[in-house]
Write a new protein. Structure first.
Length: 205
């Protein structure tokens, strides 16, 4: 659904700010409308439901992440290094805005938003599988089922980030340590050598 200029954009921005501050529970219709400076009725003139607004928020955020990972995949280096760059970009962006990442990836949500999560995850897996196939073709990785390995890697990264992203304090590792661990796991699980150490470029719009 195309978002109108002006009010629609303010509503999405307001929803994002509230989710960053307190998750989906903090982003009530009244709170979103108040933050955007409009009435609750105006929200429903732009979006059929609160769930549709969250779907738009998820899509815009996911589009930015996909673009960032695309840039990482195009960096100079071996294909394995490019794959590692995609992993570090994903993990670093999530850790840079933990509350938003938790809400978008893990927090219980409306089925409409959950469906968008599946679309995004499938796209991420497809992109990872494409890089794995290139790695196999260039001899950087042993022959393997790229789609299955990609799904395992994406699932492993998601599980590894549950603790660090959770609103409940628990993880004591630094962002750099977490990102480096995710990169090492993916490299080794895919069958690559140890490679060089990974550093984080923490950037998020």
């Amino acid at each position: 659904m195309a978002v109108r200029e002006g009010t629609g954009e303010r509503l999405v921005r307001a929803a994002r700010e509230l989710v960053e501050e307190g998750g989906y529970a903090a982003a009530s219709v009244t709170a979103i409308a108040g933050r955007a400076g409009v009435s609750a009725g105006a929200l429903y003139r732009h979006f059929p439901s609160k769930a549709e607004l969250f779907v738009q928020l998820f899509r815009e955020t996911a589009d930015r992440e996909v673009a960032a990972m695309g840039e990482a995949a195009a960096r100079p280096g071996t294909v394995v290094e490019r794959m590692e760059a995609v992993v570090t970009t994903f993990a670093a962006h999530a850790l840079h805005n933990r509350r938003l990442a938790w809400a978008l990836v893990y927090e219980p949500v409306d089925p409409l938003v959950d469906a968008e999560r599946l679309v995004y995850r499938r796209d991420y897996c497809d992109r990872m599988a494409g890089l794995l196939r290139l790695c196999v073709a260039t001899g950087e990785l042993p022959d393997q089922d790229a789609a299955l390995t990609a799904a395992a890697l994406v699932g492993g990264i998601a599980e590894a980030l549950v603790g660090p992203l959770s609103p409940v304090p628990g993880s004591t590792a630094s962002e750099e340590q977490i990102v480096a661990a995710c990169a090492r796991f993916c490299r080794r699980a895919a069958g690559a050598g140890p490679g060089r150490s990974t550093t984080t470029g923490r950037r998020r719009s």
